[in-house]
Design a protein around this ligand. Structure first.
Ligand SMILES: NC(=O)c1ccc[n+]([C@@H]2O[C@H](COP(=O)([O-])OP(=O)(O)OC[C@H]3O[C@@H](n4cnc5c(N)ncnc54)[C@H](OP(=O)(O)O)[C@@H]3O)[C@@H](O)[C@H]2O)c1
Length: 316
């Protein structure tokens, strides 16, 4: 706890925080929470006009693109803490190369601007395991690039984020609602430990107030280890749907693509990369987040219940 709360509060008020990815799923939800804190907020957006209606009048929006290195100097000038909630997967076929370049650009600009901390949300998955998907490998590489830059980095590693509007959870929701009988690949039995979006946001906010120190990586997840099939079954149970999952040893790319045609075409590229990632176990092996942060993430059951409630109140 701080020794001088008043001095600490005034320091916080002067702290300039940069939020990237404010038009995205996680960043868009973090934005109003940051705006409610006593700090100065700046958002980096590729299209500032697209986020103008989303931000408070006190929030500065600057134009920038993580693939455009010079645009980052202005965005990061005077910044104390920078959130990196960007990924390029949706727009790019060669996302690994571009994600790497984006991270190198951001890390270099942050170091030159004297940024004290980068807070980054990446993906769970065992680096040592053979066959880590390109998506997860790339998420880990981004964290490593930040740490190697010398800017203190707080990396959170999460599996599927459960929440209304999360693309990966929407895949689960759409498939469950549309297919009473699903032919499933065996990797839907892969262990995973998803997390509620509200808990992700709690961790991201709490990272602002961690004492300065070394770079740290926190693996985060809900209470339960489940499988993707388990998430589908729990969602179906809570929606009162009877669903049959029939596991087949080999699901051809053709059948996989049939699954994905049920989802909106814009989601196809992202969905394909996410589905490749489902083959890797994504469970919390390092549980230190539970001792460092003063809260416990909710259960899978509660995360899904909250999501259903939020979707129903949005009418989706
Ligand atoms: N959602 C999940 O289930 C989940 C699970 C685990 C980890 N994560 C991690 O959480 C982070 C955020 O994910 P998300 O689901 O919120 O992503 P998202 O909804 O796809 O949003 C991505 C954001 O990145 C921005 N962006 C893309 N290319 C950019 C560029 N070249 N320059 C600047 N900004 C750019 C997008 O802005 P534009 O509006 O300009 O496109 C958008 O705001 C990612 O690192 C992801 O790996 C997410």
């Amino acid at each position: 706890m701080p020794n001088h709360p008043q001095a600490d509060a005034s320091t916080q008020q002067n702290r300039l925080v940069l939020l990237t990815g404010c038009s995205g799923y996680v960043g868009g939800r973090l934005l109003p929470m940051l705006e409610s804190l006593p700090l100065k907020l700046r958002c980096l957006a590729r299209k500032p006009e697209a986020v103008a209606g989303q931000v408070n009048s006190s929030t500065e929006v600057v134009q920038g693109d993580v693939l455009d290195r010079p645009s980052l100097d202005h965005a990061l000038a005077g910044v104390h803490t920078a959130y990196y909630l960007v990924h390029l997967m949706s727009g790019s076929k060669d996302f690994e190369k571009e994600d790497r370049q984006a991270a190198v650009n951001f890390a270099e600009a942050a170091r030159m601007a004297g940024v004290r901390r980068i807070i980054y949300l990446g993906g769970l998955g065992d680096d040592e395991a053979a066959g880590l998907s390109p998506h997860l490998r790339s998420r880990h590489e981004v964290g490593q690039i930040f740490r190697d830059s010398g800017v203190e980095t707080i990396e959170f590693r999460a599996s599927l984020v459960i929440g209304a509007g999360s693309l990966s959870f929407d895949l689960v929701k759409t498939l469950t609602e549309r297919l009473p009988v699903m032919l499933c690949p065996l990797w839907l039995k892969t262990p995973t430990q998803p997390i509620a979006v509200d808990d992700v946001l709690r961790y991201l906010l709490a990272a602002l107030d961690l004492p300065p120190g070394e770079s740290r990586t926190f693996e985060i997840g809900c209470e339960d280890i489940t499988t993707y099939g388990g998430i589908i079954q729990e969602y179906a149970r809570q929606k009162g749907l009877r669903r049959w999952l029939i596991y087949v040893p080999v699901l051809t790319p053709y059948l996989s693509s049939l699954w994905l045609t049920l989802v909106k075409p814009a989601a196809f590229e992202v969905g394909r990369h996410l589905i490749e990632g489902l083959k890797n176990p994504t469970v919390v092996r390092d549980r230190k987040a539970l001792s460092v942060f003063p809260f416990r993430p909710m259960s899978l059951k509660e995360a899904i219940a909250r999501t259903i409630e939020a979707s129903e109140s949005r009418g989706s």
